[in-house]
Each structure stands twice: as C-alpha cells, then as structure tokens.
Write a protein that binds this ligand. Sequence first.
Ligand SMILES: Cc1cc2nc3c(=O)[nH]c(=O)nc-3n(C[C@H](O)[C@H](O)[C@H](O)COP(=O)(O)OP(=O)(O)OC[C@H]3O[C@@H](n4cnc5c(N)ncnc54)[C@H](O)[C@@H]3O)c2cc1C
Ligand code: HEM
Length: 399
Amino acid sequence: MAFDPAVLRAGLAVAERRADQLTTYFYAHLFAHNPGVRALFPEQLDEQRDRLLAAITHLIGRLEEPERLTGYLAALGRDHRKFGAAPEHYPAVGASLIAALQQVCGHSWTVEDEKSWTEAWTVISQAMIDAAAAVPADTPAWWEAEVVRRRRAAPDVAVLTLAPDRPYPYVPGQYLTLCSPRVPQVWRPFSIACAPREDGTLDVHVRRVPDGQLSPVLVNDVVPGDRLRIGPPIGEAVLDATSRRPLLAVAGGTGWAQVKAVVEQVVRDGTRHVTVMLGARADADHYDLDAVHAMVADCVRLDVVLAAPADGSARGEAVALLHEGLHRLGDCSNREVLLSGPPDLAPSVTEILIGLGADPELIRHDPVPRTLNRSRPLTAPERFLEERDVAWINRTELA
Ligand SMILES: Cc1cc2nc3c(=O)[nH]c(=O)nc-3n(C[C@H](O)[C@H](O)[C@H](O)COP(=O)(O)OP(=O)(O)OC[C@H]3O[C@@H](n4cnc5c(N)ncnc54)[C@H](O)[C@@H]3O)c2cc1C
Ligand code: HEM
C-alpha cells in the first residue's frame, strides 16, 4: 500500500470538524474548474455534502481491510454510471477534494498528506472506473420503472409497486436507488421489499422524512402511472444461500422492507427456521402488520416478535425494549443474522449478539454511512484553528 491510512485518518479528523467549510470549498472548486459537471448534481446540494463526506469517511475507515472495500467500490463504480460519471471526472473530483482538504487543514497540511491523499484517491478511483468499464454493454446505467400501485401502509409510509421496463435481476436483501423526474437528479437508496416475482414487479417501502427532498414526494405525490428511474441493485447484506443455520433478522422502522424480502425467500425455500424481531418507536409505528400476520400464519418455521413501547414513549425506551428482547434469545452461536434499520441499530445490536455468542462473520448488514460527527470535542490544535467569535462586554453591564 503506497499511502498511509494513519495520515489520511488524521487529515479527516481535522476536516470533520469543518465539514461545512470543506464541502462548500470542494463544490465551489469543482464547479469553477469543471463547469460541465454541475449538471450531473442535484440543484440542492446540502445533503450530498454530508453523503459524499460520509462515503469518504467510510472508505478511509476500511482502507486496511481491502477485501471488504473491493465489493463496495465495485458496486459504487457501477452505480455511478447512472450519474453520468466518466473516467475523466475522477481526477477532477479528486483534485477538488484535495484542494478543499488542504484549505481546511491550513498549516497542518504537509507534503506527506498530499502524497497519501493523491495515492489513495487514485486507487479508489481506479477500482470504481474498472468496475464501471466491466459492466456488460447490454446492462443499462438505470432502469425506467412504472409505478403500478401505491398503498398507504401507515400515515407516513407508502408501499410503491414498480414495474421495471426490462428484467431487473437482484437477490433478496439488496437495495436500489431511486429517482423521480419530480425531483431531478436526487437519488436515494431504498430496500427492495420482496423476493423476485414472476411478473417482474417489485415493492419499496418509503417513510416520509419531514423536510426531505425525495421521500415526501414519493409518499404524497407519486401516483400510479408515474415513471421513476432505478439504479442497479446494490447491497452486502445477502444471505448464504447454502446455509441451513437458523436465521435471526432484527429490523427497526422501514428496515422491515429488507427483512421482508429475505424472509419471503427463506420461507419459499423452506429449509431454515427464522426469528424476526421488529422494533418500532411506538405501537402505532409498526406498519404492514397484515402481511406479518399472514406470513406467520402460513409458515411454521417463522416466528415474529414485535417490540414497541406504548405510544408517546421516548425513543430510548424503544431501543431498550428491543435490546431486552435480544437478551432473551439466549445462545446465538449457531445463527446467521441480518440487521436492517437506522444507522445506530447495527452497531448496538451487533455488540449484544456477539455477547450472546454470535459469530461476527455471520452478522450481515449494509453499511449505512453516518453523517459526520460534529459533536466530538475539539482537540487542542483544532481549538486553536477554530474560528471564534470575539467576546463583547457591554461597558454599562460591567459598571
Ligand atoms: C442502504 C439504505 C437503505 C434504505 N432503505 C430505506 C427504505 O427501505 N425505506 C425508507 O423509507 N428509507 C430508506 N433509506 C433512507 C432513504 O434512502 C432516504 O435517506 C430517506 O428517504 C430520506 O430521503 P429524503 O430525500 O426525503 O431526505 P433528505 O433530503 O436526504 O434529508 C432531509 C433531512 O432529513 C434527515 N434525514 C434523512 N433521512 C432520515 C431518516 N431516515 N430519519 C430521520 N431523518 C432523516 C437528513 O439528515 C436531513 O436533515 C435507506 C437508506 C440506506 C442508506
Ligand atoms: C472515488 C470517487 C468517488 C466516490 C468514493 C464517490 C462516492 C459517492 C457516494 C457514496 C455518493 C452517494 C450515493 C448515494 O447516496 O446513492 C455519491 C453521489 C454522487 N456522486 Fe460520487 N463518488 C466518487 C466520484 C464521483 C465522480 C467522479 C463523479 C462525477 C462527477 C461523481 C458524481 C456523483 C453524483 C452526481 C452523485 C449524486 C449526488 C446526489 O445524489 O446528491 N462522483 N458519490
């Protein structure tokens, strides 16, 4: 490895505190030097700012585990075809990122930093470019999909049934990214919520996030007949199809979508016992319960445990209840595990399950990149570099 991961992490630690400044500079630099790429990005860039940095943090954190990174980068490279990202864009994006890092790191930026970042960017870019180039010529960069049904599963959750315009091969547990012409260029990931069907349709469950760019449009405005774009299937949370181990699936919120697809497949195969724990913030937040009850009634090898505190409880109570339910499972050493839900679900549940004997190699979940941690206390050099307000004391107050 020609670059030093420790140097990259140190640079990111400084940049993390100035994420807003970093991203503003990055996009200003990118668009000033490459005006042509502006059209590839959504009009409103705020969320992408966090998303791109979160992805970079994710990558830097895994540079020492190349076997885990390879699959992620290949999928990201294939997926970037839908944005119109071409090989010549990669050095341009890298140059702007490095210029932005240099800007926010100030005097702490060294020749060593520049060298490590340039080399890391080259390796990461090449992996993405190679994966995109290896996609068979007849595989589209995205699929057109018609919305054939929209069902309101809860006040803030819609189940959309989509009919892709050509075969869309995927494995239960994967997710897709979705874009509506009502909000151009804004792509968001959604789990595929069913095992593959003969008629080729597939479901996604969308919860409306207040003030979100895409989810309110999908829940409130999209109607049957609308056409959406879907990117290629992605995802690392795919089960070992040959395993006969009992499966434990733990889901929070719309994490049920991913679990539902996997459970449908496992029930169809008829070979394994499945326990599902479904957590929600409150009873009223559980949705799609008719489907849950029907699946349990149809399959003796499926057990579902619903965990939710009384309506109106604090979020912490929901988490505590789910954790208590997990502790009651007892020995988990023989189980394959699937985790799906908000970013904080996987780390906390993994810790509990490892405590119950689960094999970390058999715990599967997608990397849900967190947004950067801006609440970390400043280190001494960062405090020194941080812009501070000048304290103002009113003379009359002093008197
Ligand atoms: C692998 C993966 C699978 C996913 N699967 C699903 C799924 O099956 N169903 C589903 O509904 N969503 C799913 N999501 C989340 C989804 O991709 C979007 O992030 C979500 O719909 C919000 O998009 P938006 O454009 O409406 O909001 P944005 O414009 O992206 O965000 C607006 C504001 O809301 C905040 N925010 C973003 N997401 C959330 C959230 N979930 N809860 C609270 N605040 C939030 C942002 O920080 C921001 O401040 C998945 C995400 C990932 C990474
Ligand atoms: C090593 C190089 C790169 C990495 C690691 C990277 C990573 C990412 C990630 C993780 C996302 C968010 C995807 C999602 O949420 O679905 C993203 C979005 C995007 N990337 Fe990249 N990217 C790289 C290079 C590029 C290049 C060269 C271009 C072309 C100019 C590009 C254009 C975009 C666009 C247009 C988006 C969507 C923005 C949005 O949805 O707001 N990326 N990138």
